[in-house]
Ligand binder design. Structure first.
Ligand code: FAD
Ligand code: UDP
Length: 389
C-alpha cells in the first residue's frame, strides 16, 4: 500500500477522526454538495432536523398508497443540460408537462394566460395576431417595470391582472403585487398562442421512482453519513469537522442579530378521495376565492395509477416553517447585512434557497450547489491535501 492510498483509506474508512465537511440540511443544496464532495474523497456528515432526506422535495407514499409531496407539488423543469445530466446519474425520468387551470368567473381557464384564456373569458374568437393587438390595447403604460403589478398590467392590462394575479398574490404573500419585486409575477409568462403548459423549459420530467429515491441514490456513498432528527446546533461542537456547509435560513444561523428576515410559510392540507380523479389537471389555482391558493392532485404529476386519489391544498401563512424568501427591496437590504456576515465566515459556506435568500427552483439550487462545489474544490482543505477530480 502506498502512503497516499493509506491516507485515502484513513479519510474514507471508519478510522478517520474527523469529517471534512459538516453539511446542514439534506435538501437539494446539501445533498448535491455531499455527493460531489464524497465523490472526490471527502468525508461528509449531513444532518437534517427533519426525520427524512430531500428537504422540501421529499416525497412518500401516504396511507392509501399514493405517492405524495408532503411539502407541496414539486415539478422538475430546467433549461440546463448540465443539471439534467447530473441528476440523471441518480434517477430515471418520467416525461411530464405540468398544466394549470385558474378558477375565474365560474370557469377553469388556462394559466399562464394564453389565447384560449382570453377567448373563453371574454367570449371572443381572436387569432394569435388579434390577441397580441388586444393585449397592446388593454396594457397600461409602465415607464419602468419595478413591481409585480407593473409586470402584469404593463402586458395584459388591469382586468386580467385583477382576475388572475392580484388576489392570488395578496393571498400567497400577504402583500399587494405593487409591494413585491417584478421577478415574482414575471415567473408566469403571457402567451399569444395556445400553449397551455405551465413551464416552457427544455427538460420537464419527474424522477421515475420519486424524489426520495433519487436523494437516497445521491447519498448512498461510503464517505457520506446521514444524521436525521438532529438540529446541527446539538452536534456542532461534538463532532469535529473542518468546514461547515449551511443550507438553512441565513438569519437563524446568525441568531437573528439584525432582526428576522421575512420568509413566507404555508400550511398543507392533504386529502384522499374515493374517486380515480379529482380535477382535470395537476393544479387548479384559486386567485379570488377561498383561503387556499391552489389544489394539486399528485397522480397527474407522478403518473401513478390508483383507484383513489390524493390532493393537497396550500394555505399561505405568515408564521411557520420558512418556505419562500419574500422578494422586495427592504428584504434584499436586510439580506445584504446577513450576506456580509456570511462572507466573513471563511469556514462556513452558505448555499440554497433559504441560506442565500433567493426564490430558486430546484434546478437553480442544483446549479448553485454544483458551482459551489467547483469553488470548494479550488480551496485546499485545512490538512493541505488538494481535492482531486
Ligand atoms: P430545503 O429543501 O429547504 O432544504 C433545507 C434543509 O435544511 C431542510 O430539510 C431543513 O430541515 C434543514 N435545516 C434547516 N435548518 C436546520 C438546522 N438548524 N439543523 C438541521 N437541519 C436544518 N421548485 C421547482 O423546481 N419546481 C416546483 O414545482 C417547486 N414547487 C415548490 C412548491 C412549494 C410549496 C415550495 C415551498 C417550493 C417549491 N419549489 C419548487 C422550490 C424547491 O422546494 C426548492 O428550490 C428546493 O427544495 C430548495 O432546496 P434547498 O436544499 O435549498 O432547501
Ligand atoms: N401568480 C398569480 N396567479 C397565478 C399564478 C401565479 O398571481 O395564477 C403569481 C403569484 O404571485 C405567485 C407567483 O405568480 O406567487 C409565482 O407563481 P408560481 O406558480 O411560480 O409560484 P410557486 O409555484 O413558486 O409557488
Amino acid at each position: 500500500m502506498t502512503e497516499s492510498s493509506i491516507r485515502k483509506n484513513e479519510r474514507t474508512g471508519g478510522s478517520a477522526s474527523k469529517f471534512d465537511y459538516l453539511i446542514v440540511g439534506a435538501g437539494f443544496a446539501g445533498s448535491v454538495l455531499a455527493e460531489r464532495l464524497a465523490s472526490v474523497g471527502r468525508r461528509v456528515l449531513i444532518v437534517d432536523r427533519r426525520p427524512h432526506i430531500g428537504g422540501n422535495a421529499y416525497d412518500r407514499y401516504d396511507d392509501a398508497g399514493i405517492l405524495i409531496h408532503p411539502y407541496g407539488p414539486h415539478i422538475f423543469h430546467t433549461n440546463s443540460a448540465e443539471v439534467f445530466a447530473y441528476l440523471s446519474r441518480f434517477t430515471e425520468w418520467r416525461p411530464y408537462q405540468h398544466r394549470v387551470l385558474a378558477s375565474v368567473d365560474g370557469q377553469e381557464l388556462p394559466i399562464p394566460i394564453n389565447l384560449d384564456t382570453v377567448n373563453r373569458l371574454y367570449g371572443l374568437n381572436l387569432t394569435a395576431f388579434q390577441v397580441e393587438e388586444f393585449f397592446a390595447s388593454v396594457a397600461e403604460p409602465v415607464e419602468k417595470v419595478r413591481t409585480s403589478e407593473d409586470v402584469v398590467v404593463g402586458k395584459v392590462g388591469r382586468d386580467l391582472y385583477n382576475k388572475f394575479f392580484r388576489g392570488y398574490t395578496r393571498k400567497q404573500w400577504g402583500l399587494d403585487p405593487s409591494e413585491l419585486d417584478a421577478s415574482v409575477t414575471a415567473r408566469v409568462p403571457t402567451r399569444t398562442n395556445r400553449d397551455d403548459r405551465y413551464f416552457a423549459d427544455t427538460y420537464q420530467a419527474m424522477p421515475l421512482h420519486g424524489y426520495t429515491r433519487m436523494f437516497e441514490a445521491m447519498l448512498a456513498h461510503p464517505n457520506i453519513k446521514v444524521m436525521l432528527n438532529t438540529d446541527y446546533r446539538e452536534i456542532l461542537h461534538l463532532i469535529p469537522h473542518d468546514h461547515l456547509i449551511y443550507t438553512g435560513p441565513v438569519d437563524a444561523f446568525f441568531e437573528y442579530q439584525y432582526g428576522r428576515l421575512p420568509y413566507r410559510s404555508l400550511e398543507f392540507r392533504h386529502e384522499t378521495h374515493d374517486m380515480p380523479q379529482f380535477q382535470p389537471v395537476g393544479t387548479v389555482n384559486f386567485p379570488n376565492d377561498y383561503a387556499y391558493t391552489r389544489i394539486s392532485e399528485f397522480k397527474h404529476i407522478t403518473g401513478q395509477r390508483h383507484e383513489r386519489t390524493s390532493v393537497v391544498y396550500e394555505y399561505p401563512q405568515a408564521e411557520g416553517d420558512p418556505y419562500y424568501p419574500v422578494p422586495r427591496p427592504e428584504n434584499a437590504e436586510l439580506y445584504k447585512k446577513y450576506e456580509a456576515l456570511a462572507q466573513a465566515q471563511p469556514d462556513v459556506t452558505f448555499v440554497g434557497r433559504l441560506a442565500t435568500y433567493r426564490y430558486y427552483n430546484m434546478d437553480q439550487v442544483v446549479a448553485q450547489a454544483l458551482t459551489t462545489f467547483k469553488k470548494l474544490q479550488d480551496q485546499p482543505v485545512k490538512e493541505g491535501e488538494p481535492l482531486q477530480v
